[in-house]
Design a binder for this molecule. Structure first.
Ligand code: 3EB
Length: 340
């Protein structure tokens, strides 16, 4: 199957991403509706974008002042489409796609996740964009036990099964991912894929998630700690959802301040690793960085915000969301996108 894509006229096919306010959406200085790959909305009522098929509404409360959208734009016009349950948008080099599933029977979460991942992986295999670079997962009641297993662990089982059936060597090319708990029902997954593979990075301070020991669940989480995207004209660095985990253990249980600081130490380890791998320092002044912070308890928001504005600067682009984290002893998780 060939998904319609724009024939290469030019090699300048890059993507850009920014956090925008609702008022900026209609402003041509910020948004060209023909070039929107995805508009991911956090919180608030659903706002209409140029073309509704590129809007992804994430079921999490935004703890900050106002509704923000994470708008992914292409340097050239995009094409939209739908295949099965997957809505996508592509520009010849990159594809952004989303799948949202109801959860009619909560006892069948593992099967639901397996089916969703099978559909995603088959889809990306069959299109011109076989390499998934970055992927986000939102599911309800992530820490709740069901049938004797925490729902996050059932999710990991279904995801693993889909990956391993399609490619036994999948662990070497996993996307950077986030998986957090929403306070609304259903499963929501969206991802960025490309024609060319990215470069996944491990975190030297952490055991690879896909190699976690069995105490964290019957199947390990299938994601890479970070990934460098050099497709098209881009140099972007994606840090997966990162928490206060060193080796494979949670550190600083019950202490949100220390968990935040430990998470930033993990960020630093990834920066150093990226710098050594491709000779690029993503922490330099000209890099644009978008952070996303998932906070389990709303009352921790002010203190986490205070720590992060001290550590990252008060003008950093940080989106704060109320979400459950996939281990019940984790209070905070942070991810980031670096645009060079
Ligand atoms: C961790 O390091 C924290 O299951 O896709 C972070 C990012 C976490 C992605 C996933 C889980 C996932 O294990 C949790």
């Amino acid at each position: 199957m060939t998904i319609p894509h724009l024939k290469p006229q030019t090699r300048q096919r890059s993507i850009d991403v920014a956090y925008l306010r609702v008022a900026q959406l209609g402003d041509p200085n910020y948004v060209d509706p023909k070039r929107v790959l995805a508009a991911v909305q956090y919180g608030g009522d659903v706002v209409p974008v140029s073309d509704d098929s590129s809007l992804i509404h994430v079921p999490l409360q935004n703890l900050g002042q106002e509704t923000l959208l994470e708008v992914w734009q292409s340097s050239i016009p995009v094409e939209h489409g739908q295949l099965g349950d997957i809505h996508y948008c592509c520009n010849g080099e990159f594809l952004f796609a989303a799948i949202r599933c109801e959860e009619p029977d909560p006892l069948k979460l593992e099967a639901l996740c397996y089916d969703a991942y099978q559909e995603i992986l088959r889809f990306s295999r069959q299109t011109d964009y076989p390499h998934i670079l970055r992927l986000w997962n939102y599911l309800a009641d992530i820490n709740k036990a069901q049938d004797g297993l925490e729902r996050y662990r059932s999710f990991c089982k279904g995801r693993y099964q889909a990956f391993t059936e399609l490619d036994p060597g999948f662990e070497q090319s996993l996307p950077a991912a986030s998986a957090v708990g929403a306070h609304q029902p259903g499963l929501c997954i969206y991802f960025l894929a490309a024609r060319e593979p990215g470069l996944p990075l491990a975190n030297p301070r952490q055991v690879n998630a896909y190699q976690y020991p069995e105490q964290y669940g019957p199947r390990s989480p299938s994601f890479s700690r970070a990934l460098i995207n050099t497709s098209g004209d881009n140099l972007q660095f994606y840090i997966a959802g990162t928490a206060s985990i060193v080796g494979h253990e949670t550190l600083h249980q019950g202490d949100v301040c220390e968990q935040t600081l430990e998470t930033l130490r993990n960020f630093r380890a990834l920066h150093e690793h990226a710098r050594d791998s491709i000779n690029t320092d993503f922490e330099n002044d000209s890099t644009q960085i978008l952070y996303k912070v998932f906070i389990r308890h709303t009352q921790d928001f002010p203190i986490v915000q205070q720590i992060l504005s001290g550590q990252l600067g008060s003008d950093a682009n940080v989106l704060y969301l109320h979400a459950d984290i996939c281990r019940s002893d984790l209070l905070v998780e942070i991810e980031a996108i670096y645009l060079v």
